[in-house]
Each structure stands twice: as structure tokens, then as C-alpha cells.
Ligand binder design. Structure first.
Ligand code: CDP
Length: 215
């Protein structure tokens, strides 16, 4: 795996990584993988089938049947879907099934932008540019609250902040591919940044990483 044209964007919920990944995809003309959507789909489809989020084999079976073309659904973008995703994401059996799909995406000729929690550590450790996007929990909660409210989901800001703290702890505390910056990732704290400022900072990080590759 060469991976030199791959850009990984990892980080916690509502840190701005999805927006940054999409922006980098546009700038460099690269396809973008929203890996969180895979876990969201597994969680929601498992629940719809009457399964238990704590059952690794049932969750892995759903992951095996996942059709990438059927991922763009509003049902996968709700607050409950994020919570279900993080519960099925702890199972190594689920992560193993989703690994091949994500690696295939990363190995496309020309490269790709990968958005997730373990893109720079597990899926594509050889990526040429790695970002780890963070923001203070209070800032992330407000962003997520605005997004959910905009989607018509009535929820309190305090509940969203509590969700984010629980999810951060679960995602970084799990044994299988915990959320963590790769040792060679550049940290980008977007707490005080507008979307444009964050996108610009991300582009500069990628330019610097690519220049370092050439030297
Ligand atoms: O948009 P948000 O950051 O809230 O979540 P997401 O990126 O859609 O991911 C939802 C959940 O899926 C996360 O909380 C993780 O538990 C899990 N996930 C993961 O384990 N590994 C990934 N590469 C992406 C997501």
C-alpha cells in the first residue's frame, strides 16, 4: 500500500472533520469516504432488524450485507444513529468486516480523503497527510445541536453535550482501534475557527505534508 496521495482526517464527534474532509476532497479532486456512515448504517439497520447493539455476530452479519450505494439516508444522520454507531463500533468483528471496504477505497488510483476515527492509525497508516481535528466539547456540542435542530430533531444542548462526552469516552476507551491521533498526525483545534478558517488551515497542513514528501 503506497498511500502517499491519501489524506486522513480523524477526530471526535462534531469536531469539523466531515466539513474539512469534504473541502479537501473538492480542492484536490479526491473521492471522500465518510467512514462514520458505515458504522451508523450498521447500528441503525441492526436495530431495525430487531437485533441487539451488544451482539457482535449479529452486527458483523449486518456489516457484511451493507450496500455502499444505500448509505445516503437521513435515518443514519440522527442523534440515535450516532449513539448506535458508537455501540457497534466497539466490536472487533464489525471493524474487521468493514476494514476491506475501507482499504479498497483508500487504494483507489489517485488517492482519497478518509474521514473517521482510525483512518491514520489502522486503515491507512501510510497516508501522505494526516490530520487530527479537535475542538472543545462545549463547542462541538453546540455545532451538533445546531445540525440536529436544523434537521428538525428537538433536543437540549445539555443532552447533546452529555452524548458527546459519553461517545468520546467510549470511542477513545475501546480496545479495538480506539480513537487516537496517529503519531505523525498534525493536530488542528477548530474551537475558535470559522468553517473557512478551518478549511484553510487544513489545506495548509496538507500542502506542508506534501512538500515534506517531495523534499
Ligand atoms: O459525525 P460524528 O463525528 O458524530 O460521528 P461519525 O463520524 O458519523 O461516527 C459515528 C460513530 O462511529 C463514532 O462515534 C465511532 O464510534 C464510530 N466510528 C468508528 O469507530 N470508526 C470510524 N472510522 C468512524 C466512526
Amino acid at each position: 500500500m503506497s498511500g502517499s496521495q491519501v489524506i486522513t482526517v480523524d477526530g471526535p464527534a462534531a469536531s469539523g472533520k466531515g466539513t474539512i474532509a469534504a473541502g479537501l476532497g473538492r480542492i484536490y479532486g479526491l473521492p471522500v469516504l465518510d467512514s462514520g456512515l458505515l458504522y451508523r448504517a450498521v447500528g441503525v439497520l441492526l436495530q431495525q432488524a430487531g437485533g441487539d447493539l451488544g451482539d457482535p455476530l449479529a452486527a458483523a452479519a449486518i456489516a457484511r450485507d451493507l450496500r455502499p450505494e444505500a448509505l445516503d439516508q437521513d435515518a443514519f444522520r440522527t442523534r440515535a444513529a450516532g449513539e448506535a454507531a458508537s455501540q457497534v463500533a466497539v466490536h472487533p468483528e464489525v471493524r474487521q468486516v468493514l476494514l476491506a471496504l475501507q482499504r479498497d477505497f483508500a487504494e483507489q488510483p489517485g488517492g482519497a480523503v478518509l474521514d473517521g476515527r482510525d483512518m491514520g492509525t489502522v486503515i491507512c497508516p501510510t497516508a501522505g497527510a494526516k490530520l487530527y481535528v479537535t475542538a472543545r466539547p462545549e463547542v462541538r456540542a453546540e455545532r451538533r445541536w445546531r445540525q440536529l435542530t436544523g434537521q428538525g430533531e428537538g433536543v437540549d444542548l445539555a443532552e447533546v453535550l452529555a452524548d458527546i462526552r459519553v461517545r468520546d469516552a467510549r470511542d477513545s476507551g475501546r480496545a479495538a482501534a480506539p480513537m487516537a491521533p496517529a503519531p505523525d498526525a498534525v493536530l488542528l483545534d477548530t474551537s475558535e475557527m470559522t468553517i473557512d478558517q478551518a478549511a484553510d488551515a487544513a489545506r495548509r497542513i496538507v500542502e506542508a505534508a506534501r512538500a515534506a514528501q517531495l523534499s
